[in-house]
Ligand binder design. Structure first.
Ligand SMILES: [Zn+2]
Length: 143
């Protein structure tokens, strides 16, 4: 898509376009300065191209080895409203919600079966997993 097509797409009230870094890198493996630049330059590029403010972000790979507390803080410091990881789970309620490390359900081929997808979308599997995790003694939890 060209920028004009993207601007038309982004003008729909149901569409939000967010950043995903400049070169799709695992941010946690970079220096803080490099990680900050990867996010900031992509956000700035989107804002220039779309002609609108970019306030949302998705961490490439999004696993704990690619994005952690340092990266979440960078996203917040850069003024982004939200950032999503690839942590599978429910969005926690109230005070436990960190708007810069929101879990997400990826549609990447892992959950393409409609029955499986609907079950995951309900949140029941994650609620059961979290209950089991809380019930296990700390030393017995999987990493
Ligand atoms: Zn990606």
């Amino acid at each position: 898509m060209g920028w004009q097509e993207l601007r038309d797409f982004a003008s729909d009230p149901l569409v939000t376009i967010g950043g995903h870094t400049k070169s799709h890198v695992s941010l946690a493996k970079l220096s803080e300065e490099e990680a900050r630049a990867e996010i900031a330059e992509r956000v700035r590029g989107l804002e220039d191209g779309l002609g609108q403010t970019c306030r949302h972000f998705s961490f490439p790979y999004g696993d704990p080895g690619s994005a952690g507390s340092r990266e979440f803080a960078i996203a917040r410091d850069l003024g982004l409203k939200t950032a999503v990881t690839t942590a599978k789970g429910l969005v926690p309620d109230g005070s436990e919600l960190n708007f810069h490390s929101i879990p997400r359900l990826s549609l990447n081929g892992d959950f393409q079966d409609p029955n499986c997808f609907h079950a995951l979308l309900s949140g029941v599997p994650f609620a059961l997993f979290n209950l089991a995790k809380k019930a296990l003694p700390r030393g017995s939890r999987a990493a």
